[in-house]
Unconditional design. Structure first.
Length: 221
């Protein structure tokens, strides 16, 4: 028996949910593609996703690459999970470890284009790829990334809607990122408007059904 909904499973239940030969490669590839999308948007130079505005701003003040900064911020966010009693999953750890190096590898391979049409193309492909990559790794059913987990944990603890919490978080990281010299532009607005619909469009095709016993395992934990 299977379910076609996103499961909220603990790490052991995620590994017991079956179809690992598909789900693990899908998780890893999705996270790598997410890093590639970040690199494309950086090289497009027309603005980054809200959290990446923060990453780029922090990177300016640390002797770290952008990808290393993504990893550091991921760890900081995961520490913030502790008082919120949010439980990390396999995908949470993989997210923190893979996106940053993938972004750095993409930046090493791509040069900054000078042509505006090429920059627009990089930004557009980056946003579209991020939407697909988000659906692809979430569809593997290994749990939330550090930043999404912070959002859901805050919503649960405060009783506020996910929309309110997400908006508040993203406005906050943009303000802090800008104060640190991060990159904000039309690409940031386009990302904010398009990423949700793009991920939602791709998610049904990317979702891997998990076995019902995994759901029962979660209920018993």
């Amino acid at each position: 028996m299977t379910t076609l909904v996103l499961a909220d499973l603990g790490p052991l239940a995620q590994l017991r949910a079956g179809r690992l030969t598909r789900r693990i490669p899908q998780l890893l590839l999705g996270l790598v593609l997410y890093g590639v999308s970040l690199g494309l948007m950086v090289r497009g130079g027309l603005g980054l996703a809200p959290w990446d505005v923060l990453h780029s701003g922090v990177a300016r003040h640390l002797r770290l690459t952008l990808g290393e900064t993504v990893m550091v911020i991921s760890v900081v966010v995961l520490i913030a999970w502790i008082p919120l009693r949010e439980r990390p999953g396999v995908g949470t750890v993989a997210n923190a470890l893979l996106i940053g190096p993938s972004a750095d590898a993409t930046l090493a391979l791509l040069h900054q284009p000078t042509s505006l049409p090429v920059r627009v193309a990089f930004t557009a492909v980056g946003i579209a790829l991020c939407g697909f990559a988000t659906a692809f790794y979430i569809g593997a059913q290994f749990g939330r990334g550090p930043r999404d987990g912070l959002m859901t944990a805050l919503a649960r603890r405060t009783g506020w809607s996910l929309r309110v919490v997400r908006t508040g978080l993203e406005l906050s990281v943009i303000v802090v990122g800008l104060a640190l010299g991060g990159s904000l532009g039309l690409g940031t607005i386009a990302f904010a408007v398009l990423i949700g619909p793009l991920a939602q469009h791709w998610l049904p095709a990317c979702m891997v059904p998990v076995q019902a016993r995994a759901m029962a395992s979660r209920a018993s934990r």
